[in-house]
Design a protein around this ligand. Structure first.
Ligand code: PHE
Length: 523
């Protein structure tokens, strides 16, 4: 209808000089007319020019003052010649009128405010010449910038600028009525066989398509890196493996991946096998998620359990043990593994069994009997009953590495850690003596964060204790150096993410995940 009005008008007239006035005359909203003009202008059916002249109108408040008088006039008129109490005056006028009106009328010296009484200071007739009401009454409904320039500041505050309009002439492609072209070929067109007559809209090959939504790799997946996929829990890596260059699996390619596909673990492998005493605070339900169903493990290697019990209770292998009564029920309790070191303990136990019975002396690299050095690693989910904040989640990932050989020292561990972290772009490292029940010596690993300009703790490490390795059946001269790092911490550093919840979990910031480049080069 608006389109017909514009095109129809131009058929008989030279020009629409002002779209605003035109809209008013036709009783169509100006917005609608403007939309039509823009669209017709786009197809060159009309030639539209902006009208640059600003136009002004009274605001709603201005409208009100024009009708009833300014607040001070309303207030003045409410004060009878004989005066009135403040209280009564307040009842007579609106609260907002009272407030502004009093201030303004006192300033104009029209009224006097006593403690209780309000009285007029001037005669009624003197005021009409100066009052705002008359200014506004003679103010045109709409006026142009030139008129506004001469207006008193207060009046000006009661005006708003109204939207620019267009002047419109016929364009080069002008037609008085646009033909409606079809955009779809419908089933009805085919049934009625009228499609041959229909004029279809031309394809616009230059139109931009809808932005495509596509999958993207999660930064953690990228940090997992390019590697052999050994087990079901890391099958997602197949997607990432040919694309990613950030590289835990890559860095660890000379290491064998340990099978981490059991989130549920027994306390035995998670703690006891690691020489972690049963009273240790980490074994508390405040720190660990215990399972209700099934609450206990089905089987454990009995002879090994016996050796573990003995080393906890009374030591052996040169140790005094802890000297407490070790309880099988405690070891049987199922939990969500709190670290991937549970996997390492299973793996080392399996290695010890294999070493003792499965390998010939010729196949081994050292003289200590049937034993082959090993390099193992794992990257997978761990769980801790932790309060969630910017840097802690109850569910996150560990990267763990261990090397098992004879003659290893703390020097080897430090060297390996330097090598591992420098490949991630973290070459400034510091080590701090620490304590773990399963390692001695133990070291916390710190890296200098250039962005934060401070040392940040990135991992934990150490040499597994004889109290852990010897009951497993590993030869006495075999040492194991090991380290554990959360996957999230270095990923946050590398991707500049300062809230772990943006990276992983149900509050993940999807736009951040999408924004990140598909792969990181240069590391
Ligand atoms: N298990 C340790 C942790 O949870 C990491 C670690 C692994 C420490 C191996 C020493 C040796 O942080």
């Amino acid at each position: 209808m608006a389109e017909e009005a514009v095109l129809g008008y131009l058929e008989k007239n030279e020009e629409i000089s002002d779209s605003g006035k035109f809209a008013e005359e036709k009783g169509i909203s100006h917005d609608e007319i403007v939309n039509v003009i823009k669209s017709l202008n786009g197809f060159r059916l009309v030639d539209a020019q902006d009208i640059k002249r600003e136009r002004w109108m009274l605001t709603q408040e201005g409208d009100m003052y024009a009708k009833d008088g300014s607040p001070e006039v309303q207030l003045f008129l409410a004060v009878p010649p004989e005066g009135i109490t403040r209280e009564k005056l307040q009842e007579k006028v609106e609260p907002s009128i009272y407030k502004i009106g009093c201030t303004q009328a006192i300033k104009n010296k029209w009224i006097e405010m006593g403690k209780l009484e309000v009285s007029r200071k001037v005669l009624l007739s003197e005021n009409f010449a100066i009052e705002l009401k008359s200014d506004l009454l003679y103010f045109p409904v709409e006026c142009f910038t030139e008129d506004v320039q001469h207006v008193d500041d207060r009046v000006r505050d009661l005006l708003i600028q109204i939207q620019n309009g267009y002047s419109v002439k016929k364009g080069p492609e002008y037609i008085s009525k646009r033909k409606k072209v079809a955009t779809d070929l419908t089933r009805e067109n085919l049934q009625r066989d009228d499609w041959k007559e229909i004029e279809f809209k031309e394809y616009n090959f230059l139109a931009k398509g809808q932005p495509t939504e596509c999958g993207c790799l999660h930064p953690l997946l990228k940090a997992f890196g390019n590697g052999k996929v050994m087990q079901p829990t890391t099958h997602l890596l197949t997607v990432a493996s040919h694309l990613t260059y950030l590289p835990f699996h890559g860095i660890l390619r000379k290491f064998e991946e340990m099978p981490t596909n059991n989130f549920v673990e027994s306390s035995f492998w998670n703690f006891d096998a690691l020489f972690q005493p049963q009273q240790h605070p980490a074994r508390d339900s405040h720190d660990t998620f215990f399972l209700k169903e099934p609450s206990t493990t089905r089987s454990l290697p009995e002879d090994y359990v016996e050796r573990v019990k003995r080393v906890h209770e009374s030591g052996g292998y040169g140790s005094r043990g802890y000297g407490y009564e070790w309880k099988r029920e405690e070891a049987n309790k199922n939990l969500l593994r709190t670290h991937t070191t549970a996997v390492s303990s299973r793996m080392l136990y399996a290695l010890a069994q294999f070493s003792m019975y499965g390998m010939s002396r010729e196949e081994c690299s050292c003289d200590l009997g049937p034993f082959a050095p090993k390099r193992y690693y794992s990257i997978d989910r761990v769980f801790r009953n932790e309060a969630v904040d910017r840097t802690h989640l109850a569910e996150f990932h560990h990267i763990e590495g261990l090397i098992c050989d004879c003659g290893l020292t703390l020097g080897h561990l430090i060297g390996v850690l330097h090598d591992f972290f420098s490949r991630l772009g973290m070459s400034k490292l510091k080590f701090k003596p620490a304590f773990n029940p399963y390692t001695e010596p133990s070291m916390e690993i710190f890296s200098y964060h250039e962005g934060l300009q401070k040392w940040v703790e990135i991992g934990n490490s150490g040499m597994f204790r004889p109290e852990m390795l010897l009951p497993m059946g590993l030869p006495e001269d075999v040492q194991v150096i090991a380290w554990g790092v959360s996957l999230e911490r270095p990923t946050m550093i590398l991707y500049g993410i300062d809230n772990i919840r943006d990276l992983f979990g149900h509050k993940v910031d999807l736009s951040l995940i999408k924004r990140n480049p598909i792969c990181r080069l240069g590391l």
